[in-house]
Design a protein around this ligand. Structure first.
Ligand SMILES: N[C@@H](CCC(=O)N[C@@H](CS)C(=O)NCC(=O)O)C(=O)O
Length: 208
């Protein structure tokens, strides 16, 4: 498999989940500004939407959209999903909220003006509160880490990066996830990808 990613972008949730699942994966970096990969390929030939992540399976099928990729990883490694009659439904319910409500609420931080960013801070805080109210602890759904935790971790990492205040419960969740070996490995890999020696394409300022 190969994951197309951009360091620090939402594709980090897929990288964390792939590492947690122990699935052998190659990684190819995409410059989101130019849509050129680190191997000089036009990324739009892989994903016409031009957004990361894309997971290309061993048979060549390209899967796009965070929700679909994370669900696929949980399907390959059920310990990263939820069991029980409504397990998968609850997982997709959370992934959809993270994608279509929380993730999207950050857009003004990259594409908006000052007033839009101020408004975004309120919207993000409101949506994080809704998630926090559902957090069972220590992870979103209880004692087991799922792909939804990986996605929430990336969103909280953005929130911290933009100096948005996190509640004690979400800060504790963030610190707990950050301690996981697979998460540390994924973060170290993405940090290494940003070193000048490893960056044949210019770093794009566009992240999301
Ligand atoms: N609907 C897509 C959106 C993914 C997305 O917004 N990716 C961002 C990085 S976090 C991106 O690639 N932005 C650049 C672009 O869309 O041109 C998904 O959920 O996977």
């Amino acid at each position: 498999m190969k994951l197309y990613y951009s360091p620090g972008a939402c594709s980090l949730a897929s990288r964390i989940s792939l590492r947690e699942a122990g699935l052998a994966t190659d990684y190819e970096r995409v410059d989101l500004g130019t849509k050129v990969t680190e191997h000089g390929k036009d990324y739009r030939t892989t994903n016409p939407k031009g957004a990361v992540p894309t997971l290309v399976l061993d048979d060549g099928a390209a899967v796009t959209e965070n929700v679909a990729i994370l669900d696929l990883i949980a399907d390959r490694e059920p310990l990263l999903g939820l069991s029980g009659p409504l397990g998968r439904t609850r997982l997709i319910e959370m992934l959809s909220y993270l994608s279509s409500e929380l993730h999207i609420a950050f857009k003004p931080y990259w594409h908006g003006n000052e007033a839009e960013r101020e408004r975004a801070a309120e919207v993000v805080a409101g949506r994080l509160k809704i998630i926090e109210d559902q957090l069972v602890g220590p992870y979103l759904f209880g004692s087991r880490f799922t792909v939804a935790d990986a996605y929430l971790f990336v969103m909280l990492r953005w929130a911290k990066g933009f100096d948005l205040a996190l509640s004690p419960a979400l800060r504790a969740f963030f610190d707990r996830v950050a301690e996981r070996p697979a998460v540390q490995a994924a973060l170290a890999e993405e940090a290494a990808a940003l070193s000048p020696a490893a960056a044949p394409v210019p770093r794009s300022r566009v992240m999301a």
